[in-house]
Design a protein around this ligand. Structure first.
Ligand SMILES: [Zn+2]
Length: 137
């Protein structure tokens, strides 16, 4: 899929078409939460907040898309590296990344800084991921 539109001005027709392609892709392949919201790849949300597709469209058209988000792993795209062996590659990668961040920042400051991401992950997963470090005060 051609993603050169992501580097176009977000006022350009190519970019607008690309946004529609992205929304189409997300609605077919992505995994919305129970409210029907998807991760928003705009430069403000950075796939850390979930939005309705209509709101994502607004964000992408007004603010722009995160330019280096060329492989849409948060919206159902499987990379060459990930395809095949694991049934849930996104969750595994997400967990690894989250775990690193928690280790780096400390859990409390992480939760404050990234509350939407953290809660999203918690509610997405059926079982607790961090049984060992859930001792909130
Ligand atoms: Zn956004």
């Amino acid at each position: 899929m051609d993603r050169s539109w992501m580097n176009e001005s977000h006022m350009s027709p190519e970019y607008e078409d690309g946004v529609e392609q992205f929304l189409q892709f997300a609605s077919e392949r992505g995994r919305p939460n129970e409210e029907g919201k998807y991760y928003c790849p705009c430069i403000n949300c950075l796939n850390g907040r979930r939005q309705l597709l209509n709101d994502i469209r607004d964000h992408l058209l007004c603010d722009g898309i995160k330019k280096n988000y060329t492989t849409w792993i948060w919206h159902g795209e499987v990379t060459d590296m990930q395809s095949g062996s694991q049934s849930e590659p996104f969750d595994v990668e997400m967990r690894d990344r989250l775990e690193d961040m928690i280790r780096d920042l400390g859990q409390e400051s992480f939760k404050q800084a990234h509350a939407p991401v953290y809660e999203g992950l918690q509610s997405d997963s059926k079982k607790p991921l961090y049984a060992g470090c859930k001792n909130s005060s």
